[in-house]
Write a protein that binds this ligand. Structure first.
Ligand code: PLP
Length: 417
């Protein structure tokens, strides 16, 4: 999806080098307010899903708009706190929390922990009793067994997925939690997948979970939060239809309100996806008998989504000599894997070494999924605000990246030669 970024890409490339992640704070605000506006007049809390992009300045910006945080590790919780988000707006989710993470999260007094299994509930109860001797606030993630109709890697709402508890098991756990002096069941939660563009599976899920919430309240369990998760899709290309967040939330929020529950949602991609782009330089073209490859200086370690999900990102030439003729090509990185590509079979004009390509819709699950594979340093990240560019993360430094290994280089006692 061609997002409109008001900046001089050549100037930014000269100033910061490439590959370069660029975020637009105004776009982030606009996306946040689309959700916020649809919740006007109702008790609600938006908890930004940090895993989409966990740069501290991004967290701080979204937190300043009033957002809380949905975190899936203790370190994400620490990032949320560093970004200025208060503990009472932080939710701890995830299918495999360690004892230590649970203990720290309770100690930090987060809003609640989203429970994903029976064994996890028992572990939370034990930690709350042994270490804190007071009840811990929990919510149970219910798996509504609804097909989100998105990529299988990002579908989470079917019984065959590892996430959440089926409705009957969840109900039993609520009853158990109500009786326990160390558990305080305050919420109910579902999240059926990511990049969902059709609201029907979401509405079907919400209906099932609303019924469950009603029957739980009828058991005199004092539920307070109805957490509809995230997963709201964005347009990666003009072919994708636009997810109408207003009508989706509008459909649910009244029903949630009539049960006297606070609606929580956990958007990640919706806020960040089209608020970021990845700028990359062309290294050169390689033409074989079968194919045309445009080799660029970013790779699957910078943006994994095409390699991992076969995800589509629009790519356009933003600096270079625009030749008349365009042809089909693959845009590939320098990494030693055939799976290392940014786009396949797209149309681009002829590219010269040093031209700049813009990889669109890279603000979510871009930098946050990046790695050091092939000993490549992670890119720099900058933010645009009121027409000015600000560094929010330096490009990684090689010397720092080997520091934790260099200190051990002489620790293995090899026999003398
Ligand atoms: C990943 C995730 C989210 C955010 O998903 P998006 O598709 O980025 O909105 C929200 N909640 C939970 C539990 C998640 O795992």
């Amino acid at each position: 999806m061609n997002t409109y970024f008001q900046c001089d890409f050549k100037q930014l490339a000269d100033k910061y080098g490439t590959p370069l992640y660029i975020y637009d704070l105004d776009s982030i605000s606009r996306q946040f307010y689309k959700i916020k506006d649809s919740l006007k007049g109702f008790k609600s809390l938006i908890c930004y899903a940090l895993k989409a992009n966990s740069n501290l300045s991004i967290i701080k910006h979204i937190g300043n708009l009033g957002s809380g945080a949905d975190c899936v590790s203790i370190n994400e919780i620490k990032r949320a706190l560093l970004g200025g988000i208060p503990p009472y707006k932080i939710i701890f989710s995830g299918v495999g929390k360690s004892d230590l993470e649970i203990q720290e999260a309770i100690g930090l007094d987060v809003l609640f922990i989203n429970v994903e299994s029976e064994m996890e509930l028992f572990r939370i109860e034990k930690i709350a009793r042994d270490i804190y001797n007071k009840p811990s606030r929990i919510s149970i993630r219910v798996n509504p067994d609804v097909d989100a109709k998105t990529h299988p890697y990002i579908s989470t709402g079917l019984h065959e997925n590892k996430f959440g508890l089926d409705i009957e098991s969840a109900k039993k756990l609520y009853i158990y939690a109500k009786k326990s002096p160390f558990l305080n069941p305050v919420g109910i939660h579902y999240h059926i997948g990511s990049q969902i563009l059709d609201s029907r599976p979401l509405l079907e899920s919400s209906q099932k979970i609303l019924e469950l919430a009603k029957s739980i309240k009828a058991l005199d369990i004092d539920l307070r939060f109805f957490d509809i998760g995230g997963g709201f899709g964005i347009q990666y290309s003009d072919c994708d239809n636009e997810f109408d967040i207003g009508s989706y939330i509008g459909e649910i929020v009244r029903k949630v309100d009539s049960l006297d529950l606070t609606l929580i949602c956990e958007p990640g991609r919706f806020i960040m996806g089209n608020s970021g782009v990845l700028l990359t330089s062309v290294i050169g073209e390689k033409i074989t008998q079968k194919k045309r490859f445009v080799i660029v200086d970013c790779a699957m370690n910078d943006l994994l989504r095409p390699s991992l999900y076969d995800a589509h990102h629009d790519i356009s030439l933003v600096h270079g000599v625009m030749s008349e003729k365009s042809s089909i090509c693959d845009v590939v990185g320098p990494i030693c894997e055939s799976g290392d590509y940014l786009a396949k079979d797209i149309t681009l004009p002829h590219c010269n070494s040093g031209d700049l390509l813009l990889i669109q819709s890279s603000g979510a699950y871009g930098y946050s999924m990046s790695s050091n594979y092939n000993s490549r340093m992670r890119a720099a990240e900058i933010a645009l605000y009121n027409g000015v560019d600000y560094v929010i993360k330096d490009r990684e430094d090689f010397d720092l990246s080997v520091k934790n290994e260099l200190s051990h280089l002489d620790s293995i006692p090899y026999p003398p030669k």
